[in-house]
Design a protein around this ligand. Sequence first.
Ligand code: FAD
Ligand code: GLY
Length: 375
Amino acid sequence: MNSKHDVIIVGGGIIGHSISYSLSKKGMKTLVIEKGKINKRATSAAAGMLAALSEVTDESPLYDIARTSRNMFPKLRDELYENTGIDIELIQQGMLNIAHTEEDAAKLIKMTQFHQSKGEAACWVPTTELNELEPNLSSTICGAMFASNDGHVSPLKLATAFAEGAKNYGGRLLEFTEVTELLIQNERVVGVKTYTDEFYSKNVVIAGGAWASHLLKDLPIFPVKGECFSVTSQEKLITKTIFSDECYIVPKQGNRYIVGATVIQGTYDERVNVAGIHSLLNKAINLLPKLKEAKWEKVWAGIRPQTIDELPFIDEHPTLKGVYVAAGHYRNGILLSPITGERIANLITGEYVNFGTKAFSLKGREAIHEATHKW
Ligand code: FAD
Ligand code: GLY
């Protein structure tokens, strides 16, 4: 059981599997260790939006990697399908970022201009033209920014395809096994400990999502719960993802719609509150009145891994040699999964990687550490 692996990855969510996939593709022997069943935490709660222009709205280190990662999806879809036969359900019909008021509209017009200045396909759609794009949207909307290259995938299919793809390249997976400790000798990692075993490797990646800081105590990551619900309808209600400050509606295959999501800080409790769903329902019906005619499917919640500056950690640990951190992807872990996998794999294999910034490093974010540990 405890034979040597090139890389041990702690956490079987989308980030852990994406890293395992990228590494095994390069011929590395990987072992993913997951404390429960894989893909059951934040990964399975996500709506799957690739909202590079709606979630990242201004100049930020996240902006570039979000767009790069989004652009990796068409090739990744083909590659994963060829390798595993799994269709990740990439839908590229674009996203409408809604203005509820004239004030929202002014902000979104500025945002549209910003994205255009970066060469992105964004345009402003005034109320009068919105009806042509999405006839079922409420007539009270004050226009929308249309980001035609933003789309969505099935997070579960994507995570499963990464996991299966890694397996097909020789990667291993261990479920229902919690890593309780890192094995460190002379400030270098040599493996991990579980309740019953030790597993050895000179490279360990922490990809434990919102729980990553339980293993690596100095990691400033905290939980932010999100609740969602889904419905189905007879007829197609929308073709594009509807995104607003208040809620989003994602049109999935088979006339199924995911509506999300609440933002509740500081809890690991994955139970759904009636108040959260009640409020989302009202907001979604305000945007898309025909949603009232849809049939109820289900509700769920998940725990997003947040950092104070909302930038993930994607780097080697500054003092523990051989320890890498890939966690804190907050609202964008599905979107950022391809680039995170590639970046960590390149760091470990020593290939050149250029994010052009230290923003995703642990170094220099001590102030954030202190702030995060206040709650
Ligand atoms: P998780 O999926 O939480 O996986 C971490 C895994 O590590 C867990 O399975 C856990 O059991 C395991 N683990 C932790 N500690 C240990 C240990 N010590 N030993 C063994 N295993 C361990 N992102 C988008 O890009 N687009 C979206 O539309 C989107 N929508 C979202 C909607 C909601 C409601 C929520 C909650 C999130 C959404 N996100 C979205 C964010 C996205 O889901 C997360 O950023 C992403 O899933 C994080 O992936 P992860 O692998 O880091 O974490
Ligand atoms: N990115 C959507 C969410 O986290 O709710």
